[in-house]
Design a protein around this ligand. Structure first.
Ligand SMILES: [Zn+2]
Ligand SMILES: [Zn+2]
Length: 132
């Protein structure tokens, strides 16, 4: 089974992910915009048992608009978010796709929170589904 390794930008923290992601999505929500510092975020979700996080992280807890809770793991050296978990999907771990630094990473299938999408952004792909 193929292993994909995501790293924070200083390299002190890694997420080692086995096999293919179960879901790759683009999110336009304001939380993801603030987390990523970009106007959209792309994340890959893996089964929890297929992800190993190595290195020293701290956890940022957040209550979302819908009342759900998220936990964001970030590197204590460079501050990069290496993974996050949403309480209503307890079996999945989300990894920011950019952390893989791999232009051949599988393309997203879903574009969500398009109600918050910047007007000039167009998300395209072979099989993309769009959701508000
Ligand atoms: Zn780091
Ligand atoms: Zn989002």
């Amino acid at each position: 089974m193929a292993e994909r390794v995501a790293q924070c930008r200083c390299g002190a923290v890694e997420a080692r992910c086995q096999g293919d992601p179960v879901r790759v999505s683009v999110c336009h929500c304001l939380i993801c915009q603030q987390r990523s510092g970009s106007v959209l975020a792309v994340q890959a979700r893996f089964a929890k048992e297929d992800v190993a996080i190595l290195g020293s992280t701290k956890t940022f807890h957040r209550v979302n608009e819908e009342g759900t809770r998220s936990r964001f793991l970030f590197c204590i050296e460079c501050g990069c978010t290496i993974a996050y978990m949403v309480d209503n999907f307890p079996d999945l771990v989300a990894i920011p796709v950019g952390a893989f630094a791999d232009p051949n990473f599988p393309a997203p299938h879903y574009s969500v929170y398009e109600g918050r999408k910047h007007a000039w952004v167009a998300v395209v792909g072979p099989q993309i589904e769009h959701f508000d």
